[in-house]
Write a protein that binds this ligand. Structure first.
Ligand code: COA
Length: 253
């Protein structure tokens, strides 16, 4: 099982469950997530959604091997269905993050309404390291949240940001000791589940410019697809498989 799904007391919890691959997300997992988020929209039993991982890793982001074998062909690809679903979800989304959250593991947090980090959380967006560009409207949302220079450093160098810095930069609501994360996330979810859902969803809608997010994601997807075909990206992905550092000076961009 790669995504665990549990519903209790109005809370849907979606848990990354593929520890042998550091919870890297395959097309099949994106599809499961997208389907669950879409179904939650009209399910009266669900009032709040929690995204969680393992205590040692939230998710290593896109499964790079799966991604190379089955690159997203068009807007119907599971990854795009997931990004559309998470960016348009009307019910409150809570992220419960411990360990590494890489790539989309971090950019999905920008679409969550409440972000809880364990003290071992490490957020990173190494798209440029893979010769790619940011996705999930993060090229818009990240600088809006952190300011240009911090966002640029995260994207351009790909270094991990600690839970403490992420909190200080406005990427999270709070940092808690690892052993308290699950309990704290469920406590926040239970509180939100008791709030009036109509008022919550309208508040969310008023806080987001859905059309602008869509435009940005479309622009990012077009650029991402181009970059994926580039000699730089081939070198980056080959280097990942060969477990060696890439050499971008040896290839055309
Ligand atoms: N896609 C596919 N496989 C992945 C993966 C990914 N994104 N991330 C990790 N794995 C695999 C590794 O290849 C390794 O496989 P192996 O056991 O067959 O050698 C296994 O998961 C364990 O990973 P490892 O790197 O040994 O674990 P770690 O604890 O040292 O590091 C991470 C964990 C998440 C920091 C590290 O795996 C990593 O940086 N992964 C790549 C993340 C990435 O670039 N994602 C895409 C962002 S756009």
């Amino acid at each position: 099982m790669s995504i665990r799904t549990e519903t209790a007391d109005g809370v849907l919890t979606l848990t990354f469950d593929r520890l042998d691959r550091k919870n890297a997300i395959t097309a099949a997992m994106y599809q499961t997530l997208a389907d669950a988020l879409v179904a939650a929209e009209t399910d009266p039993a669900i009032r709040v959604i929690v995204l969680a991982g393992h205590e040692s890793v939230f998710t290593a982001g896109n499964d790079l091997e799966d991604f190379m074998k089955n690159p997203p062909k068009d807007e119907s690809a599971p990854v795009h269905q997931f990004l559309r679903a998470i960016s348009t979800a009307s019910k409150p989304l809570i992220a419960s993050v411990s360990g590494a959250a890489v790539g989309v593991g971090t950019t999905m947090l920008l679409h969550c309404d409440f972000v809880l980090l364990a003290d071992n959380a490490q957020l990173s967006t190494p798209f440029v390291n893979l010769a790619l560009v940011p996705e999930a409207a993060s090229s818009l949302l990240m600088p809006a949240r952190l300011g240009h220079v911090r966002a640029f450093e995260m994207f351009a160098l790909g270094d991990a940001v600690s839970a403490e810095s992420a909190l200080a930069w406005g990427l999270a609501n709070r940092v808690v000791p690892l052993y308290q994360l699950g309990t704290e996330a469920q406590a926040v979810a239970a509180r939100l589940a008791r709030q009036p859902l109509g008022a919550l969803t309208e508040t969310k809608r008023l806080m987001r410019d859905a059309e602008l997010l869509k435009q940005q994601m479309d622009a990012e997807s077009a650029c991402f697809a181009q970059r994926l075909k580039s000699p730089e990206a081939h070198e980056a992905f080959r280097a990942f498989v060969d477990r060696r550092p890439p050499d971008f000076n040896a290839v055309a961009h």
